[in-house]
Write a protein that binds this ligand. Structure first.
Ligand SMILES: Nc1ncnc2c1ncn2[C@@H]1O[C@H](COP(=O)(O)OP(=O)(O)OP(=O)(O)O)[C@@H](O)[C@H]1O
Length: 307
């Protein structure tokens, strides 16, 4: 398996406080790798380190099989990026902005500018000044700029921020197309689970500077299968029995006091029998299917659903 990006114990601190701590990421060639995490989780900082904008305090980054250093210009030239809101020369047209960028990157090629404008649906309005562009149009122009140099790796920091549902769908389709048809590897971040879920092949869950989980969507599909839910008003006693007599560790109690058991190989009737034997009054037991949202919440809350 070829990895396009690997980070090892990647760490960044500001004034002694770590905002990214020991992050190990493995991005495979051709995949869409989604970083999911709340605001402030450290996603942008990781992306800035990968694109050489911020220097790690500790750890290593390997891109295209080579370690990233202060002089990795060649590697950086093989990437297209949008980090934070894309900034343009507002008094120039969209096309002039792209021309300047490709010249600066040493990649001037009219055909690639035309293609990029076409792909993001800005062909026809590329003669407009950027200051007349809406936020959504600027986002799309940012993507056009990132792809004009035909990058092998595209790094997109919250690219759907501020877009309407139609604009979001268009971009999602574009990213999928770039990945499938052009084989471009994409690293994308979002704080919206529903977005990452629809697009990513692998998801990295970040919180408070740490990468809590790196997991493939295929694997998640299997894991969000089933759990057993027990309704009882003696939940603490029931959890005690489950943990101590049946050695079940993957137990959670939800806000309503219901107990959920994940990854359980013990049959439902056996669970019931042991609980009843220990005088736990049970109101109901059901087998249910977990949602993706439940799954991620359990990761963020320190759960360990992944085998
Ligand atoms: N230059 C800096 N100096 C000090 N602290 C910083 C700096 N850059 C980022 N931070 C802090 O690092 C933490 C992580 O920020 P980062 O922007 O990487 O998070 P994020 O997951 O991308 O969130 P967001 O979506 O809000 O950008 C935040 O607490 C932020 O305040």
């Amino acid at each position: 398996m070829t990895h396009i990006v690997r980070t090892k114990q990647l760490t960044r601190a500001y004034r002694g406080k770590e905002v990214v701590s020991n992050v190990n990421m493995n991005i495979k060639q051709g995949e869409i790798y989604g970083m999911l995490g709340p605001n402030g989780a450290g996603k942008t900082t990781v992306m800035k380190m990968i694109t050489g904008l911020v220097k790690p305090t500790a750890g290593e980054i390997e891109i295209f099989g080579e370690r990233l250093t202060d002089t990795s210009y060649r590697q950086l030239g093989r990437m297209g990026t949008i980090i934070e809101n894309p900034i343009f020369y507002e008094k120039l047209t969209a096309r002039e902005n792209l021309e300047l960028h490709t010249e600066y990157m040493g990649y001037h090629n009219k055909k690639s500018i035309d293609e990029a404008l076409e792909l993001v649906n800005l062909k026809g309005i590329d003669g407009k000044l950027v200051k007349e562009f809406s936020l959504g149009m600027k986002q799309r122009l940012g993507i056009a700029r990132a792809i004009t140099t035909k990058p092998e790796l595209l790094i997109l920091d919250e690219p759907i921020n501020g877009l309407d549902p139609l604009g979001i769908k268009e971009l999602r389709d574009l990213f999928k197309m770039l990945s499938k048809q052009y084989g471009i590897t994409i690293l994308i971040s979002s704080h919206i689970l529903g977005e990452i879920e629809l697009i990513a092949d692998t998801i990295a869950v970040m919180n408070d500077g740490k990468l809590l989980q790196e997991v493939s969507m295929e694997h998640i599909a299997k894991l969000t299968t089933e759990y057993i839910e027990i309704t009882t008003n003696e939940s603490s006693k029931a959890v005690y029995v489950l943990e101590n007599y049946l050695h079940i560790t993957n137990v959670r109690v939800n806000d309503e006091g219901q107990i959920r058991i994940y990854d359980c190989s013990i049959p439902q009737n056996e669970l019931m029998k042991v609980l009843v034997m220990h005088d736990v009054a049970i109101e109901a037991v059901h087998k249910k299917k977990g949602s993706l949202e439940d799954y991620f919440l359990s990761i963020l809350n320190g759960g360990g659903l992944v085998a």
